[in-house]
Design a protein. Structure first.
Ligand SMILES: Cc1ncc(COP(=O)(O)O)c(C=O)c1O
Ligand SMILES: Cc1ncc(COP(=O)(O)O)c(C=O)c1O
Lengths: 463, 500, 500, 463
């Protein structure tokens, strides 16, 4: 089979500048007579004798046709009213942010290894770190982790490094199920043991069980608002956990606008997912994991840290620091294997937090909480609807009907409502429950419509 | 040509006070607003009925009060303190800084993708599943391996995923073993990932070509060895010509061959890891497949595996039914489990598939060809001026050292900083560790010849300056927004946040 | 504070060889490709059957051959040679360089707007007509006038439209008359537009407050005068307090009062042209209503008119039916006709309406209030350092002169250029013509106090430098990508295109 | 009625930074105690005593809801297959261009009056001017005019300035009707006379009538491809016009890729509309008018010109030049009143022309012409369809059926086809004709579908 001749203009590609003349001139300088000659170190018996069997090359027009066609086979909040949450929330996205993010200098730059030509990225990370500290009430934040689930993994591993000899970590059952699954994966070969503590009728962690489980553990982790949307009582949890490392997980980051920060209640570590800060839900990623810790833990921190310093002229500047924690220096003994992180999403979060600011973050949280409370009352008024958990919620709640959640949700979908997330797959015995999230994007009309559609669905099922 | 000018004279963009941009917190002024929300349209009941007092905070102390204008100004000015691939060569070795096509950004913003939710029911996201399925098919063909997981969100995440699979596979056959072999030329994430997967590391010495001798490997592969983690081509850009023999040695002992695919850009479409006897490989889509680096991420690190490892893939996998519909398969009894919530960095995967379709089979092959030609062109032009510690033939990158300059007390760091005065981002420096004072240069296929020439001329000018005006190089950079930083101070008295 | 540093040290962004960017034509290399189209999918018949040989060309001689990367690099680098409102104060007097909200850009790109076609049938574009109708309603309220045409695409285009209406109205009543009165402080487009509308210009001398005396006007308004074209507030920023009396004088003689609305930003929401007796006004939406200037355009210059001029509006007009549907009305027997193909700069109008809705009545009022406060703050801070030729109270802008500096042979141009070294775009200079060496400063309401302070301190530093180091100012700028240009040479031997 | 207090934070607006503290501090420096005091020069009797009666202020969320709702009331090529042309064409839009255009440095900069800080804009205009010259075969192009219709007006006025005493301009009836109407508006008070020359069975200008009309005219203007899509014979037109100023109008600018340039056929001026260079149709604007002239005419050119020069260090640089032609210098005697032009669209055109390049511009034109030829043959095959004009076309043609164009088009619209532009409103006697445009965006399937739908529509009308 004949392969394309690199110097023939008909084989030029728009993403690859050098063409016929360039290639000829370069080959001459290199001193070989063909590009193939440069690949002689690859043994013939592992070389392809033909081309890969994949589609393309496509023009932008063909690319648009195919991908838009595929995207059109999704049903999304673009054409439905969505009440989906469960760790990914639809919030207001300020128009400015995406246009700033796509600036070449942010979008197409690399990790700021060379501070003199990367001050933009470095200062922005320093600001992001500061926002995280203000929101969580803790002292030191890193430059980002992959997402909320892996941030929890890193937190558990950090906590484990703090105490020698202990192998048990206590995790609330009401932490996002994906997060729990991810932790299990991460620690599977590290000789650690996970104890899960369940929840009570209020949807909060069982404090008695927690107290018992914590005794010989190295860490305890709870999520608040938890997977059921219920707010944990940080003080009570801290008291029950005693003096093990306490990890707070926050998967709905707009809650920081209204909910008391874990740092003020004896928690040493707060990790979570920053997607709620105006990041698109985009089927789960890219998002941004955050970790904020007490001052004393900073040298155990995984991931990158940006610090302030000065240049030779005494001018303030920012730089990656405390690198001896990291893989490129410490290699096998590093605090984490993370290298590439979620920088651009952390930058988007910084922009969101700055634009909304002190007042905006509070107002977003207030609107979420108030609209959720409004819906909660509307649902209470529907006789066949049960709200299984009595604890206080932020912007998400569990709804129970006499029927299988999937059937009710299918019914709502016909009304162009994405009504929630069925809990059956994650919690046995909760096959009739589903999780409903409300944000500032929902109008009163949409909430009323949801309640109406739900009771209609129930009566339909009745027949 | 820049080199005929004093670079100080040559390197100027217009500046709008960017170099003195304060922190956003320092811009805060009471009463300023950067947002507006629709008025609350539900009854405003007492807040205590909504959330109990004890669980609330009154304010986010010290958070900013700024206007939209303040925010636009601030980040626009910050951006001007960064260099970018859109503005010029970014020759970071091992990082594959290539052109980021904007069609990828456009497609990723299609509402059907951007607004889809990770917890939606399968029938609602058939488009996303179809896309993931197509991406896996394409990567399978590129890798020459039977299955690929798309869950890992970065190279290191892929490494952990891969080694966990190896561990589980070996454990299943009775003995998970103790060690992972890693050449001394490897990237730091390799040992780190192996350690987090539960292994100890045994380092392999490279030979004088920078590669690993079969004899060295042979001697190292004991019954306790789980796998060799090797980068192909290695971090010097040298292809391990005996890769198949290595695979045989490992397989004979029941061990696995893990390939760090960070350097796939050098042979994509030319040869396939699967055909080399490789059992596991991750690919950094943010390198070879052009998804933007975003100042440090996000990325994606899909992992391809051989038949033996398929049962251990993370769950869920994406499968296709007879009728052409798609579903998520959770039923893999031997899976290592879930590597991350949801479906990985989905919208990075969308960009990567957009790129693969834009390149096609001919384009991807051309990528490797021109990446290698560009690197060898730089090697040929700079060889006389900089010391080449390993003169084995190289593919997509070339590693020089500062040996010719050290007599004048000019070191790799100085050369790197001086390049900034000529308007170039420096190469990767002091890596790989087996080269003292390494200058690791990877131009990628997306650099035009004239840019390579300008870079080479700048490097040659610096070599000359190192002899004639070493202090000028030692005190570089001179034209950047800030000059050399006191990095020791940053680490000694860490200031990691703004405080009022 | 920048002024405590040598500006040369303070003003630095990172540079990536931008200052030496060649022409795109100089980047051309044979065989390079920047595009791909889908393969032709219809039979490839002989070209002669498609278009006869004689009507075809064989090639576009000397057109470029570049890759997508080359184009991305080229324009990214060119952009870095520009200053922008997003990066800092842009105090061009009379230009109202304000913040350009990005929601306007997002809305303008809504497919339903961006892909609508100007020759579509009315029932297919009800959305567009509804939008245009709403914009007219809003401008009617802002102007206090009964109708507004949205066809004009710039201020000057609006001026021509307005004066043509005046001409037609007068002609209809028997005598189109000969002259348009224009104060000596007016912008150049005023006389130019009046001339293209078929009139001769009579210039009115301003008094020592920079305004027009009623007596001067009285004397000038003969039976031959068609209209007075006046800028309110005028180009000094001074409001013509006797505007109503002026209107009366003109109306008494059957003449019209045309208002150049370029300075509407200073009184929007505070007072309305219609209430001042103004018969015609254009508004530059790219000034007062924040549509981006784009390096010189596009803009939009809607024109509002009093009852007397309504019959002469350009066609078509957008009208609303009882049933809430919209249509284009062509039947205006006395119309001046069509001012442009299609519907004007529609997608600029979309941006402007987005802005008006974002501001609302309170926001627009606040625009004028802060625009005026910001300008008066600068005036107060610089008054001691620069000569104020007219000390009448001013609204949104302030005009200084170089009188205090000329003794040291430092002139307005020098001060303007020196400002660049401090990281600021200069004010408008040498306009209005009635001020010798004018420095016309308009900050707009979107400047934060700290930016105004930095600007004032730079201006003060330059005033000091003008005394202490005049040559430093005279030879400025020193930090820009290029320094002072030989503009005479450009005009003497014009080179207006690249040639191979 | 009480007006909002400027210093109250609840009256702060996101686009206006200065708030309470700032305002108080500034008032003190200014030496007045309220903002109102700064407005005393505006007489009370013309001041509003209340607020304007307009909607808002709206948040971005409310803005998105309303405007997207309005946009959804349009039917466009976003959801239909469109064959609309007539001076506005849907061509391939490279993804890169819009992302470059939205860079702050291009989007939010002003006219480059200060060259030292505007070289980006200036060099780009210089390049744009060069592209125009290469495409038209003429010598000097300006920085842009409002659009094609006003560019024709400026060309007529330029030609008028060249010869004293002549008052007659000859315009082809087959020029875009909106362009002709605009010229009439522009010249109405200038004592000039327009003579329109009709067209023959081939759709081309009537050369005999042209020869006669040209005798005492100062200029002749023809459009090619003309409004019917037909290509004029430049040589024949030039010969018939004799030695008056000859103006070529081009409303479909991609035709330059294949059609011989007017500059090589004795035309002194080429003006037209650049929208076809990948600019969205966006209901008619913003577009970009271009004008290119012979060297000898350059000092008569309207609008801005960028020229090359050097700075004090001898470095090549670009600057606005020959300004003595313009309104800000020449005022009442300027060559035009234009000030703000269409710079950003001209920049987009420069990007498009550079990206497509020599080969791409030709391929676009070839695909347009070939696909049009293909459709033309398909339509010929439909017995009830007539193609009234026999002349050669580029990418647009007139179609005639036995029925009113509006009825046929309404029929096609039901098939989600925007079938064309009815000619009845512009040319009496052509009530059964409509104009159909084809570009590289149309697939063979869509062309076949159009032909099928058309004959189906005709048979339906028959019944
Ligand atoms: C050779 C090599 N291996 C692994 C990695 C880690 O990949 P990532 O940064 O995507 O986690 C890198 C990236 O720097 C690399 O260059
Ligand atoms: C006072 C004044 N009048 C008229 C104009 C012309 O408006 P445009 O540039 O939109 O044609 C301007 C713009 O510079 C101006 O400042």
């Amino acid at each position: 089979m004949s392969l394309p001749n690199p110097t023939d203009p008909s084989n030029s590609h728009r993403y690859i500048p050098n063409a016929g003349d360039d290639i000829r001139e370069m080959l001459e300088v290199v001193g070989v007579d063909s590009i193939d000659a440069l690949f002689e170190t690859i043994p013939a018996d592992v070389k392809l004798d033909g081309l890969l069997d994949i589609p393309g090359p496509w023009s932008e027009l063909e690319t648009r046709r195919w991908f838009r066609g595929v995207a059109a086979r999704n049903i999304t909040s673009a054409d439905h009213v969505s009440f989906l949450g469960g760790g990914a929330y639809s919030h207001y996205q300020p128009a400015m942010i995406d246009q700033l993010l796509t600036r070449s200098e942010f979008l197409t730059s690399y990790t700021p290894y060379q501070p003199e030509v990367s001050q933009g990225t470095l200062q922005a990370i320093f600001e992001y770190q500061t926002h995280q500290c203000l929101l969580t009430g803790l002292d030191v934040a890193n430059a980002s982790l992959y997402d909320g689930s892996t941030a929890l993994c890193e937190a558990v591993l950090l906590a484990e490094r703090l105490v020698k000899g202990k192998t048990k970590v206590v995790l609330a059952k009401s932490i996002h199920p994906h997060y729990l699954q991810t932790v299990r994966t991460y620690i599977q070969n590290l000789g650690l043991e996970i104890v899960e503590v369940g929840f009570g009728a209020d949807g909060r962690i069982d404090l008695e069980a927690l107290r018992a489980a914590s005794v010989d553990a190295f860490a305890v982790a709870v999520q608040s608002p938890n997977f059921f949307g219920v707010l944990e009582d940080y003080d009570a949890v801290a008291a029950a956990a005693g003096n093990v490392t306490k990890i707070a997980v926050v998967a709905e980051a707009t809650s920081f606008g209204l909910v008391t920060p874990p740092g003020e209640h004896g928690f040493e570590i707060c990790v979570g997912e920053g997607q709620a800060w105006g990041i698109p839900t985009q089927f789960g990623g890219p998002y941004v994991g955050f970790m904020v810790v007490r001052e004393a833990l900073k040298r155990h921190m995984p991931g990158r840290l940006v610090g302030e310093t000065v240049d030779v002229d005494g001018k303030r500047a920012y730089v990656l620091t405390l690198a001896t924690r990291e893989q490129h220096i410490r290699r096998g003994k590093a605090t984490s294997n993370i290298c590439t992180n979620q920088a651009l999403i952390a930058l988007a979060a910084n922009m969101y937090l700055s634009l909304m600011g002190k007042e905006g973050l509070r107002e977003v949280a207030l609107q979420c909480a108030r609209k959720t409370a409004y819906l909660r009352e509307k649902l209470r008024a529907i006789s066949a609807v049960e709200l299984p958990f009595s604890g206080p919620v932020y912007n998400e709640l569990v709804v129970r009907t006499p029927f299988a959640a999937e059937e009710i949700l299918a019914d709502l979908e016909r009304e162009k409502i994405l009504g929630g997330i069925p809990l059956g797959p994650y919690f046995e015995g909760q096959e009739r429950d589903f999780l409903v999230a409300v944000t500032e994007l929902h109008t009163k009309e949409q909430l009323d419509q949801f309640a109406a559609a739900l009771s209609a669905a129930i009566s339909r099922e009745r027949r | 040509m820049t080199t005929t000018l004093e670079p100080e004279a040559a390197q100027k963009d217009v500046a709008q006070k960017s170099a003195t941009e304060p922190l956003i917190f320092e811009r805060s002024r009471r009463g300023r607003r950067g947002y507006q929300l629709p008025a609350l349209d539900v009854p405003e009941v007492s807040l205590d009925e909504v959330i109990p007092r004890a669980l609330r905070r009154d304010e986010i102390k010290d958070e900013v009060e700024v206007s939209e204008v303040d925010v636009m100004r601030h980040f626009t000015r910050l951006s001007k303190l960064n260099v970018s691939i859109d503005a010029g060569l970014y020759p970071l070795g091992s990082c594959t800084m290539k052109h980021n096509p904007r069609i990828n950004e456009e497609i990723a913003r299609t509402p059907g993708f951007a607004q889809s939710h990770p917890m939606q029911a399968e029938h609602q996201v058939q488009g996303n599943l179809e896309l993931l399925w197509n991406l896996e098919q394409t990567l399978k063909e590129i890798f020459g391996l039977p299955r690929v997981t798309l869950q890992p969100v970065a190279g290191a995440h892929g490494e952990l995923t891969g080694i966990l699979m190896v561990h589980k596979a070996l454990a299943k056959s009775g003995n998970a073993r103790k060690y992972i072999l890693i050449p001394d030329s490897a990237h730091g994430t390799n040992p780190a990932s192996a350690a987090f997967a539960g292994y100890e590391i045994r380092e392999l010495k490279s030979n004088n070509r920078g590669t690993v001798d079969l004899s060295t490997l042979e001697a190292a592969v004991t019954e306790d060895v789980a796998a060799l983690m090797i980068t192909v081509p290695n971090t010097l850009g040298v292809f391990e010509s005996e890769i198949k023999a290595m695979a045989d040695i490992l397989h004979a002992k029941g061990a696995y061959l893990y390939c760090d695919g960070a350097n796939l850009n050098s042979f994509v479409g030319i040869a396939r890891p699967g055909d080399m006897g490789i059992d596991v490989i991750h690919s950094n889509l943010h390198k070879t497949f052009s998804t933007p680096h975003g100042g440090g991420g996000p990325g994606a690190g899909p992992v391809g595996v051989s038949e033996a490892l398929v049962p251990f893939l993370p769950t869920p996998t994406v499968e296709r039914r007879e009728d052409g519909t798609f579903f998520l398969e959770f039923n893999h009894p031997d899976t290592i489990g879930r590597m991350r919530a949801f479906h990985g960095n989905f919208n990075v995967l969308v960009r990567a598939l957009t790129y693969m379709r834009s390149m096609g089979p001919t384009g991807l092959r051309r990528v490797a060809q021109l990446a290698v030609l560009n690197a060898n062109y730089i090697r040929a032009r700079l060889k006389g001026h900089y010391h080449l510690p390993y003169d084995a033939p190289t593919l997509h990158e070339v590693v020089f050292s500062d040996k010719n300059q050290t007599p004048k007390d000019v070191h790799t760091l100085d050369i790197a900083k001086r390049l900034m005065d000529y308007g170039f981002h420096p190469p990767t420096i002091y890596f790989p560790l087996i080269v003292s004072g390494a200058l690791m240069i990877e131009p990628t296929e997306t650099e035009p010849k004239e840019e390579l020439d300008a870079f080479c001329e700048a490097m040659i000018a610096i070599a000359r300056e190192s002899q004639e005006r070493p202090e000028l190089v030692r005190s570089a950079p001179h034209t950047t927004p800030v000059r050399r930083l006191d990095e020791a101070r940053a680490a000694r008295q860490p200031v990691l946040r703004w405080k009022k």
